[in-house]
Write a protein that binds this ligand. Sequence first.
Ligand code: NAD
Ligand code: ZN
Length: 366
Amino acid sequence: DVTQLRVGLGERSYDIVIGPGLLEEAGARIAALRAGARVGIVTDRNVAERHLGPVEASLRQAGLSPTAIVIEPGEKSKSFHVFEQVVDELLAARIERRDLVLALGGGVVGDLAGFAAAALRRGVDFVQAPTSLLAQVDSSVGGKTGINSRHGKNLVGAFHQPILVLADSLALDTLPLREFRAGYAEVAKYGLIDNAPFFGWLERRWQDVFGGGPARIEAIATSCASKAAVVARDEKETGDRALLNLGHTFGHALEAGAGFSQRLLHGEAVAIGMAQAFRFSARQGLCAAADAERVTAHLRTVGLPTRIADIPGELPDTDGLMELIAQDKKVSRGALTFLLARGIGESFIARDVEPAAVRTFLDSER
Ligand code: NAD
Ligand code: ZN
């Protein structure tokens, strides 16, 4: 019941392995690539409490030498300050060019540890062991690593592909339900972008995906394959990769409006953003109203928010949201670029969207 995908090109290709119990097999799988290496494990406190012990034991048993670096959980750790601490600790652990960094955790750990690996001694190989659903289906695939700056999120980083991704489907059993749901929004996104059969499958099987077992593994594998395919077409994000931003233009504005706080997780913002992208598309006459209703209904069924009103607390008014949308990086020369849809699985990049139409739509949404 282990699924394996080979992604990337030629020498830089690597395996994404998805299945139950992979954290306990991490040692054998990593030693097969780099016998005897020192391994700097970067993880956060929540993940360390639940999963670090077995990983360290597995590495030792396979003849590897692990050193654990445990950071505080949360987006705040994607900072220059924590980056410096992690790099210092990796150097203190004498991680050299032939050694490895292992990112054990969610997207925060993956982005930070991946960037530390990219910078350490001008580049040390790294392995991703993503432990959140979002990290398994999104952040561990594609090679983007980095940290935040006072000027914004993810503004400092590098493209650095892992040599192996180990996605342990059982590790998600300890993930808080709210975090699982937020990651599920990105899973649904892949169906909405270009895979209508997958979205239909999710409508029928989502409870099995939440419950664990083979359906969960299948959903993760399909998601990774979708992202890998888009990334392979467009690694440095000049064109097609923008499709992965479905729901993210409205979503980012809402996240920013909520102050990037626990009030609204990224995946929750994406859920609202995707529902809005479909409702906006329907209103523009691009897609059937029934499709927009189907998207909203499914996201609501799994417990995700789909409307601005679902966000607790105050949010900026339409003018404020328009300003936040305009600040988003996907805006070029005044015109708004949105990911819109002609139907489920038929998303496309719409340039030159009229700001006035967006404003009218947002007003109608409140
Ligand atoms: P996260 O890493 O903060 O994890 C969410 C929470 O779950 C944290 O509190 C973490 O400690 C906890 N956690 C993780 N795994 C757990 C487990 N198995 N059991 C119990 N608790 C667990 O956040 P995330 O949602 O995984 O990732 C978000 C980050 O990913 C953001 O910084 C975002 O910018 C980044 N991201 C990067 C890319 C990329 O391409 N590099 C893509 C999407 C998102
Ligand atoms: Zn996202």
